[in-house]
Design a protein around this ligand. Structure first.
Ligand code: IPE
Ligand code: IPE
Ligand code: MG
Length: 247
């Protein structure tokens, strides 16, 4: 039975998939190209992954596009990434709209360059009523930064009497995270053979299944996405219970 046939017969599709798109630079450098060549080729992988996710009925796809730590990279690479973001939004917006894709961001987006903020805001506004799938871009995102910003919002609520110290619940924190109203990812994919979380969705990944692949992000295609979904479907998610209690 081919992977494809097997996949289509199964029903257990994650509602939310998160991806650490990694390996653009190494992929480009291995062929003697500039790191930015890797990033621009990575856009094709984004397009294909989004298309598959829609087709498979996944409702949320979160992509780690730029971390707060990535500001430490050479300025030319950062500038190139930001330009690529603006160009990609410009090129893809009609397609997103036609396919019912709602765009969202997580991360401290206000600290991105002005033109990035503007094109993001416009695309978010244009696509806000779309319902097929939500594409969440993590931009200037790190989980610790998100949690600290959330703590400040909680403190503000305590100050104004909306919350009482000693009575703060998980839901209260979740409501002030950037991911408020987004369900936790059930599956995390990381490409390029790195086995780490790199400050991504630390709270939200509490019970996610992890799938690691050696493939560099610019080479990530439908077959690799299916492989990840199949891997997810082969897992027994116990949430702390025993195997007997699950079956
Ligand atoms: C991921 O690829 C994209 C971003 C972090 C923006 P990298 O640029 O990290 O590529 P490698 O890991 O150096 O190969
Ligand atoms: C994680 O990749 C961030 C993104 C994919 C945007 P990095 O390449 O920045 O992570 P490390 O440095 O290898 O942990
Ligand atoms: Mg990397």
């Amino acid at each position: 039975m081919s992977t494809e046939t097997h996949f289509q017969e199964t029903k257990n599709i994650p509602r939310h998939v998160a991806v650490i798109m990694d390996g653009n630079g190494r992929w480009a450098q291995a062929q003697g190209e500039d790191r930015l060549f890797g990033h621009s080729n990575g856009v094709d992988s984004v397009r294909e992954t989004l298309k598959c996710a829609r087709e498979f009925g996944i409702k949320f796809l979160t992509l780690y596009a730029f971390s707060t730590e990535n500001w430490a990279r050479p300025k030319t690479e950062i500038d190139g990434l930001m330009q690529l973001l603006v160009a990609s939004i410009h090129n893809e917006i009609d397609e997103l709209q036609a396919n019912g894709v709602r765009l969202k961001t997580i991360g401290d987006v206000e600290r991105l360059p002005k033109d990035c903020i503007e094109s993001l805001k416009e695309a978010i506004e244009t696509t806000k009523n779309n319902q097929e799938i939500t594409l969440v871009l993590a931009l200037n995102y790190s989980s610790r930064d998100e949690i600290i910003r959330a703590c400040n919002r909680l403190a503000e609520k305590v100050k104004t009497g909306l919350l009482t110290p000693g009575d703060i619940q998980q839901k209260d924190l979740e409501n002030v995270l950037d991911t408020a109203n987004i369900p936790d990812p059930e599956l995390l994919i990381r490409t390029s053979g790195e086995y780490r979380v790199s400050n991504f969705l630390l709270w939200q990944l509490a019970y996610a299944e992890m799938h690691f692949t050696q493939v560099f992000w610019p080479e990530f295609r439908r077959e690799h996405f299916i492989e990840a979904i199949l891997d997810f479907q082969s897992r027994e998610r116990r949430f702390g219970k025993t195997s007997d209690q699950i079956s």
